[in-house]
Design a protein around this ligand. Sequence first.
Ligand code: PLP
Length: 390
Amino acid sequence: MAFISRHVSSLPAYLFSEFARKKQKLQEKGVDVIDLGIGAPDLSPPEFVIDKLVEELGVAENHRYSSYSGCKEFKEAVASFYQRRYQVDLDPEEEVLALIGSKEGIAHLIQAVVDPGDKVIVPDPGYPVYEKAVHLTRGEMVRLPLDASHGFLPDFNRVPIHHAEQAKLMLLNYPGNPTAATADKKAFLNAVTYAEKYHLAIANDAAYDLLTFGDYQSPSILQIPGAKDRTVEFGSLSKSFSMAGWRIGYAVGNKEIIQGLATLKSNMDTSQFLPVQKAAAAALNSDLASVEENNRIYQERMEKMHTALRELGIKAKKPRGTLFLWAEVPRGYRSMDFADKLLEESGVIVTPGSAFGEGGEGYFRIALTVPAKRLEEVIRRWKRLGIGGG
Ligand SMILES: *Cc1c(COP(=O)(O)O)cnc(C)c1O
């Protein structure tokens, strides 16, 4: 039809809808399909957060519009969380913005920063929203190739200098989806130094900042001296507090960028429902015991699957966080064909690495978003099939 703009109609069909169709066909045939494709928590939000939501629902004023940038309680909770967790000072009024989920914030940030023709450095493989949002703003994507030899950390030598010179914004995502890679402060320092050299803004997507295993704690890029001159960081309650459907997240950091994003958003939305913001504030102000409890569950699942993959002869680095294992496709398969084979022959959905960009070819992503018992069933099926050829 001629009604839809070229930029929207040229967006590729969403890969996950193809899998959903196949899943349904198999289920109709009576196959017990196990879905390790979805990157959303299966656990429940903490009870005290739900209680707080219910309590705030009873307050008449909470049914009015929120202020555009989010309510005071929420922005102060974010600033206080950054102070406690990362020793980073944020002005809750000017350096914190409430988001209706960080996905919305990331897509709008790109719109707020990028003019048509501007180049944006985007991790490959990476969360598909980055590339699509650059496309929708008529920007030009420059790939930042991530590979195993660099621990899926940026290797800036692989970005042509003339592209770096023309770029305006660089996106990062640590702890990372889909690679499950984590960055230490040195990697963030390298990124900030690089961005200073080429006058780039940086946005780090920290959707998995709290979802880490054992003693490991993920740093914030804003801990790097001077980072705040050019950097914003995105956070979300979707993963760490299992609140994906609530749609609440935040952007923090550089005042100019935050205010630009706030201006754009104030013309498009009127922030999140106040009871959701206030319950999210309670979550961020908590001692994070609920997060640690959930992290132990994810870690146990991760260890179980990681051991099984090794026994199957499939290579995957043991991650320090996120909901994912990023595993190598056995020799002789394209990642799409391998994911198809796993669905057809074992009734298990995984995501082919190529869904996250060219750089994801050769890998598949396993989401640890089903109970351990179901993972054991996956492992039984994969061992019966001998999926690693080993
Ligand atoms: C899940 C996810 C998000 C989106 O989170 P919301 O706050 O629910 O919009 C953003 N970035 C990455 C890398 C994710 O995996």
